[in-house]
Design a protein around this ligand. Structure first.
Ligand SMILES: Cc1ncc(C[n+]2csc(CCOP(=O)(O)OP(=O)(O)O)c2C)c(N)n1
Ligand SMILES: [Mg+2]
Length: 329
């Protein structure tokens, strides 16, 4: 994306320079607008299957993504559009995939919950709760054996904490000193139930049990997430695996179409007060970057998404000849 108009590069003590914060805001806005568009396309029946939106959680994807290098690998969740975008997937091929078209990232076979692009280290979204961790641990083993100098990151939700695969992964990562980072998006919910009714232990306690350093951060403050992520990624790269817990907000229902009868209106207003985009706008204003000056980027993002959607709509569906490709027995 093109750079916006020149901005002052003042920074608060221990904070990020305005230019970096502005780029992070742009990344979050891209994720937000992509998902708003996906919500409309899904409501109109243009997207097959289910979609789960990460609106309210964009600071985690953007902040952790900004701390990663291209050689690093990332495994994601069922709520993974932001992770894929932050890792740098091609937006045209992303929309083609979501619409099930043959030129999509996975030839239209995966859709929302399987977006992957191994060429950029995006190991895949995943419909199985907790399943991204063992995949990322495997990738971390590959980095260690091949001495790539890369880090493998697993994003997962608080609802995954009772899954056995999470425990096995944390154990191996710690035992073998893998270049591994576990990033928990703790939004307080697992489907339609508060996770505090499902878990006997905290992530802090689990990390301690497996001898892993645990860092807790406001997952809706992109600056805080980025600074914390830089530290834990550097540690993981040096062979000291890490756990980063990001407290965040699942603004939408569990899936698009979820009537959310189990949630209170007070929660909605509390979440609105913690909107990661609004927090970044306020932080930028404090650095002398007014909201109006962010408009050119927003217009550019909207145009870019509109072009990707037009290409995806015009894209061909996989033909019958594709039906047996990739099938083996
Ligand atoms: C192994 C497994 N068990 C159950 C499910 C059904 N399921 C899908 S999402 C979900 C809750 C996930 O909660 P969390 O991990 O906190 O992610 P969030 O939806 O809050 O982002 C469940 C139980 C599943 N997909 N996989
Ligand atoms: Mg959750």
């Amino acid at each position: 994306m093109k750079q916006g108009p020149a901005v002052p590069s003042r920074a608060r003590s221990n904070g990020l320079p305005a230019r970096e914060l502005r780029a992070l805001y742009g990344r979050m806005l891209l994720i937000r607008r992509v998902e708003e568009q996906l919500g409309r396309l899904f409501a109109d029946g243009e997207i097959p299957g289910f979609i789960h939106l990460s609106i309210g959680q964009e600071a985690v994807a953007a902040g952790v993504g900004a701390a990663l290098e291209p050689r690093d690998t990332a495994a994601s969740t069922h709520r993974g559009h932001g992770h894929a975008i932050a890792k740098g997937v091609d937006l045209d091929r992303f929309f083609l995939e979501l619409l099930g078209k043959q030129d999509g990232l996975c030839r239209g076979r995966g859709g929302s919950m399987h977006v992957a692009d191994l060429s950029i280290g995006m190991l895949g979204a995943n419909g199985i709760v907790g399943a991204g961790l063992p995949i990322a641990v495997g990738s971390a083993i590959a980095h260690q054996v091949r001495k790539t100098g890369a880090v493998a990151v697993a994003f997962f939700g608080d609802g995954a904490l009772a899954e056995g695969a999470v425990h096995e992964s944390l154990n191996l990562a710690a035992l073998w000193k893998l270049p591994f980072l576990a990033v928990c998006e703790n939004n307080g919910w697992g489907e339609f139930s508060p996770t505090d009714r499902q878990l006997a232990a905290t992530l802090e306690g689990l990390a301690a049990a497996y001898n892993l350093p645990w860092t807790d951060v406001d997952g809706n403050d992109v600056e805080a997430v980025t600074l914390a992520a830089r530290h834990v990624v550097a540690e993981a790269r040096a062979g000291r695996p890490q756990v980063l817990e990001c407290r965040t907000t699942r603004v939408r229902g569990h899936f698009e179409g979820d009537p959310q009868k189990y949630r209170s209106t007070e929660e909605a207003s509390a979440m609105a007060a913690r909107d990661p985009l609004a927090i970044a706008v306020k932080a930028l204003a404090a650095l002398g970057v007014g909201e109006a000056s962010l408009q050119p980027e927003a217009a550019e993002i909207d145009a870019r998404i509109a072009a990707a959607v037009a290409r995806a709509r015009a894209g061909a569906l996989p033909g019958m000849a594709q039906a047996r490709a990739g099938v083996y027995a």
